[in-house]
Design a protein around this ligand. Structure first.
Ligand code: BV8
Ligand code: ZN
Length: 235
């Protein structure tokens, strides 16, 4: 912890990659965690274009349930610590895989959503993308004014990540002196490649997670524990 604190204090460019674990202490189930299932469906199988094509209503019921759970959650000390770190360091960039809005609600501004957001919809007809925070959604599936069906504006498995966000995230990983990896199993690509890019460019990589992950052996420092406790201590 002391080593990590020294590196952070001296760094003028810091990048942070977060995953579902940073929202765990807010009460949001993680993607692959014990309570990640919904009606016995595996998230990896529901978060696909195929599942949506097969049964748009079922997939929308899953997102509607996640949106209603999100709407009852508050940012936790991990989210607030990251918003504080952004205020302290000019060269700060937050990169999240999460599709919730807890980082924004905690005050984060310089941030990139690699996998979209459950609070945005995209029209299958006119491609219009917009904010929608109606909970519960009614009717389900929601439709656009143009008449076509809407989809959640998230990145499903097999879909490319948004070009701008991915390029900016790679830029931040290359330029970071310190790269914090928080609450992610580092199992999903290309997001999981970002800490490797940072390592190759000489960054100090610090991982925060209650469990070891695919990244842990390569990280310079592995802080074992919940982000909501360790991040405030680190700051
Ligand atoms: C793409 C949005 C190509 C939807 C998500 C084989 C090998 C390598 C790659 C692949 C492969 N087969 C397929 C692929 C590609 C695939 C992939 O990586 N699959 C994996 C599973 C092997 N990737 C893709 O498909 C990507 N697209 O590659 O496109 C392409 C290119 C051009 C043209 C066409 C195609 C798209 C990936 C994005 C998928 N969408 N979500 C939705 O959410 O509904 S990913 C999903 O996983 C979530 O976004 C989540 O954020 C993400 C990563 O999961 P984590 O955030 O890490 O969450 P997880 O539950 O796994 O872990 C939680 C961690 O928190 C744990 O480590 C736990 O210990 C920790 N924790 C718990 N409590 C705490 C904590 N940490 C701190 N504090 C706590 N209190
Ligand atoms: Zn439309």
């Amino acid at each position: 912890m002391a080593q990590a604190r020294d590196w952070l204090r001296e760094a003028s460019s810091i990048a942070v990659l977060t995953g579902a674990g940073v929202s765990a202490e807010s009460g949001l189930p993680t993607f692959r965690g014990p309570n990640g299932l919904w009606r016995n469906h595996k998230p990896e199988l529901l978060a696909t274009p195929q599942a949506f094509a097969d049964d748009p209503k079922l997939v929308w019921e899953w997102y509607d349930w996640r949106r209603s759970v999100h709407s009852k959650c508050e940012p936790n000390p991990a989210h607030r610590a990251l918003a504080e770190l952004e205020r302290r360091v000019a060269g700060f960039q937050l990169i999240t895989q999460n599709v919730d809005s807890l980082h924004e609600r905690a005050g984060s501004q310089r941030m990139l959503h690699l996998h979209g957001s459950v609070w945005r919809t995209r029209c299958l007809g006119c491609a219009e993308e917009k904010w929608n925070d109606q909970v519960p959604l009614d009717p389900l599936p929601p439709h656009c004014l143009c008449g076509a069906m809407l989809r959640p504006a998230v990145v499903w498995f097999g879909e490319p990540l948004p070009e701008h966000e991915l390029r900016a995230a790679l830029e931040a990983a290359r330029g970071a002196q310190v790269f914090l990896v928080i609450g992610t199993s580092s199992a999903v690509y290309p997001a999981a490649a970002l800490p490797r890019v940072a390592l190759e460019n000489g960054a100090r990589v610090i991982e925060i997670n209650p469990e070891r992950t695919a990244l842990s052996d390569a990280a310079h420092v592995f802080l074992q524990g919940p982000a909501g406790e360790l991040l405030p201590q680190l700051l």
